[in-house]
Write a protein of this length. Structure first.
Length: 385
């Protein structure tokens, strides 16, 4: 929908997902120059993922990029018959735009069905990928796939962070993503070259490592009829909650989840209007999860510090870092916390007593800086000294 910012009157509205009842929408659109770019959810329900761009003035469709290629298109080998019509690969989190390179970076979700790879042999492009697209035309410049032939619902929709920094002795334009599969990736965002991958959770048994080409070396763990324990679990080692980068410390701050799940496999037929998991996940018996705030140093490619969380509330809040050397985040005890960006030492907290599902933000009014966060049904705002 497009509204007049002065009156609130409707200027245009467009139905952008048609033909399948399972499509959803979970995030805000992204405006790039004269286009409004929007993705869709429903990767667990058997839809065909896409990105669409609309003219900001008229609402007319400018381009559409299908994340699941059709018959005869590059990458279609994994999608026999009409499987491409329900292959997943949705784009349910906003992408990141690089104005200098005029490139749009957008993550894609898991393939469908989630836990049964039989109907989708091969790598299942372009699921679990970051896509580099021309925002003017929708043309694919390059892609990188984090979890080929995903059997664990390891969406790659986590925010891609764009960083300009010397890397191994020469200036680089980097794309850094802490991925749901438990590895933190560094890519060259000009061409998609894989540079490194670092595990950031201890509970990780689906892959041994990431090889020199950026592909996982698998352990053989996979969903089974009797159930298989897989780490990270169904919620992933991290998720949609926002990371943040501080150019003063050269550190990336994000929340990680140490957790496992028991993954089950039971093949099922696709039915429109129903979930398409084949079949499900439950918490492993006796397993305890732990949320940890991590600081990854881009200079050393090591973790500068870790700050384990207390509490069982399972916050979904992300982080924001400030030039004053603070990192704000929502913790697992329903509180907004501030820690020292260099050391991770706790400095301040405020308990809100409500679940936190949003990431904090910072803004200024008349030279005064504020930090705000939504919790439960309320919005809290705090003034910095």
């Amino acid at each position: 929908m497009c509204l007049d910012g002065r009156s609130g009157h409707l200027i245009w509205d467009v139905a952008y997902a048609e033909g399948n009842k399972n499509y959803g929408a979970t995030s805000a659109p992204l405006v790039v120059k004269d286009k409004v770019i929007v993705g869709t959810s429903g990767g667990d329900d058997g839809v065909r993922g896409f990105l669409s761009a609309f003219d900001a003035q008229t609402g007319k469709l400018a381009w559409r990029f299908w994340t699941i290629p059709g018959p005869g298109e590059p990458g279609s080998e994994s999608w026999p018959g009409d499987a491409y019509l329900r292959g997943g690969g949705t784009t349910w989190m906003p992408g990141t735009y690089d104005a200098e390179l005029n490139t749009l970076y957008w993550g894609t979700s898991n393939p469908a069905p989630d836990f049964d790879g039989g109907p989708r042999p091969g790598d299942d492009l372009y699921t679990d990928c970051v896509l580099a697209l021309d925002p003017d035309t929708g043309r694919l410049k390059w892609h990188f796939q984090f979890t080929p032939h995903d059997l664990f619902d390891y969406d790659a929709t986590e925010t891609p962070v764009l960083i300009d920094l010397p890397y191994k002795g020469r200036p680089r334009k980097l794309l850094v993503q802490a991925n749901r599969n438990g590895f933190l990736y560094i890519l060259d965002r000009t061409n998609g070259e894989f540079l490194s991958a670092t595990p950031f959770v201890d509970k990780l048994n689906w892959a041994k490592e990431i090889d020199a080409h950026g592909r996982p070396v698998l352990t053989g763990a996979r969903p089974s009829p009797e159930g298989t324990e897989v780490c990270p679990g169904f919620n992933g080692a991290t998720n949609w909650y926002s990371p943040s980068y501080n150019p003063n410390t050269h550190q990336l701050y994000f929340l990680a989840l140490e957790d496992c799940g028991t993954f089950f496999l039971k093949p099922e037929k696709f039915v429109e209007g129903h979930e398409y998991y084949a079949t499900g996940v439950r918490r492993s018996r006796g397993a305890k999860s732990e949320k940890i705030l991590l600081a990854y140093d881009l200079d050393t490619e090591k973790f500068a510090w870790k700050y384990p969380q207390v509490g069982e509330r399972d916050s979904a809040a992300g982080t924001v870092s400030t030039a004053g050397g603070l990192v704000f985040f929502g913790d697992n005890a329903q509180a907004l916390e501030a820690v020292d960006a260099k050391t991770g030492a706790p400095l301040w907290h405020f308990t809100m007593g409500q679940s936190i599902r949003a990431s904090p933000m910072s803004y200024a009014v008349l030279g005064k800086q504020y930090v705000a966060i939504a919790a439960g049904t309320d919005i809290f705002s705090f003034a910095l000294p």
